[in-house]
Design a protein. Structure first.
Length: 442
């Protein structure tokens, strides 16, 4: 019975616990235990797999802490207050314009300057007071940020999109359906279109009304105001740019750093600020403490999420879940597409990576698509949607944890109700619809 599958059972438990406001860290640990016990794993194996698997996100966790430290250090110069004023004058009281601008620029983090979530802890916390003055609903901003982190790699064949779409083409070819990487975006555009619809619904319909927030101090960050750009401010921006450039050069393989480009970039940025006297040596402890305060919980959630994903894989239940599709659908094309998309949603919610979901499901999905008579473009859409579903809305995904890390810098943004639920509604539901239409009619 599918409901007793360890993946399904643990994802349901995780979702319910998170909605009941149990801390995400504890919800992940309980869900890991549920997955392990329901698969018959001994408690010693469960805990050793959980702890051992945490290393899978060690780079991400270290990146979060160092980026938080860099954000605190940059803020101490006062440059973020100047940037915030510039953005305020640009949007001129138009909160919808701010939401669209952030979504637009967030897209660059996946392709033009592929730094992923690195910009969020630096850019978003200084903008919170501006958002408060506009009475902007932060749930809409969470949707804008998640859109920028997710839609580009699905629909555009550059940056992280080139990696995602390359995996799709490779796995489809390996499993009996020859596809060129350059053809993937010609089908996945429909998923990008439905994500745009979800973004517009969030901004102009669902979270259109004013929402009140208090002007509270930022966690771990002491607010420093400045009126005009000085040499130290330009140097701070130079340092931040250096962090992004190292990550970008690594992503496009100009420099050979397969691991650790993001934490290295943050470290180089801090070194630049030290060498040029922008920050003082004696202040480093204060900045590290501030970075831990700002990003520490998010970093630990990412570590435990990796351990949870390891248990999910160790149970072998993912393969069983995918194989069970055969017995559910018979010869129905519509039912087959629907089940493939829903199973993809569950798997990605569980293991926390859309990129890693593709190889897991392709081995059974592509032969099934061939058997059901789904076209090559339709199969591309089904596989891409099945992998991408769950990345938005998952409590353990960096597509949701990243936005929360910036928007909760003053403690007024709930990860589950203000990020995960809104992004789940506006993107996963729309991706299900787009994936179904593409699979049926392309």
């Amino acid at each position: 019975m599918i409901l007793l599958n360890p993946v399904v059972l643990s994802v349901i438990v995780m979702t319910v616990l998170c909605l009941l406001k149990l801390n995400v860290l504890l919800a992940l640990m309980v869900s890991a235990l549920v997955a392990g016990f329901s698969a018959g794993m001994p408690i010693n194996d469960i805990m050793s797999t959980l702890i051992g698997g945490m290393g899978g996100n060690s780079e991400t966790a270290l990146s979060y802490i160092l980026l938080g430290t860099l954000a605190v250090a940059i803020n101490s110069t006062g440059v973020t207050s100047i940037v915030s004023k510039k953005i305020a004058s640009l949007v001129d009281g138009k909160k919808k314009l701010l939401l669209l601008l952030i979504a637009f620029f967030a897209c660059f983090s996946q392709n033009l300057i592929p730094v992923h979530i690195a910009f969020i802890p630096i850019l978003i916390p200084p903008l919170l007071k501006l958002m408060n003055s506009l009475k902007l609903d932060r749930r809409a901003m969470a949707c804008s940020l998640t859109f920028g982190l997710k839609a580009p790699y699905i629909a555009l064949p550059v940056g992280f999109g080139a990696i995602f779409q390359g995996i799709i083409a490779g796995e489809m070819t390996n499993n009996g359906m020859t596809v060129a990487q350059g053809d993937v975006w010609k089908s996945t555009w429909i998923l990008g279109l439905f994500m745009i619809i979800g973004l517009l619904l969030a901004i102009f319909v669902t979270y259109n009304k004013d929402r009140e927030y208090k002007d509270l101090p930022l966690i771990g960050i002491e607010e420093v105001k400045a009126e005009k750009m000085e040499a130290k401010h330009w140097l701070a921006l130079l340092a931040a740019s250096a962090a992004f450039v190292i990550q970008a050069l690594s992503a496009i393989e100009v420099i050979n750093i397969s691991k650790g480009a993001l934490p290295l970039g943050a470290l180089v940025a801090l070194a630049i600020m030290l060498v040029f006297g922008v920050i003082k040596w004696k202040s480093l402890d204060e900045f590290i403490n501030g970075g831990v305060g700002l990003m520490g919980l998010i970093a630990f959630i990412m570590l435990v999420a990796a351990g949870y994903g390891s248990i999910i894989r160790e149970t072998g239940a993912v393969g069983e879940l995918v194989d069970s599709i055969h017995g559910l659908i018979g010869g129905s094309k519509a039912l087959g597409i629907s089940v493939m998309l829903l199973v993809g949603l569950l798997i990605t919610m569980g293991i926390g990576t859309s990129f890693g979901t593709i190889p897991v499901v392709a081995a059974i999905y592509i032969p099934l698509c061939i058997k059901l008579g789904i076209s090559i473009p339709g199969s591309i859409v089904v596989l891409a949607a099945a992998a991408a579903l769950g990345d938005a809305g998952s409590p353990a995904s960096d597509s949701t944890l990243g936005p929360t890390s910036g928007l909760n810098a003053d403690g007024q943004h709930d990860h589950i109700m203000d990020t995960c639920v809104p992004t789940f509604i506006h993107y996963n539901i729309l991706l299900l619809i787009g994936g179904f239409i593409g699979g049926m009619f392309f």
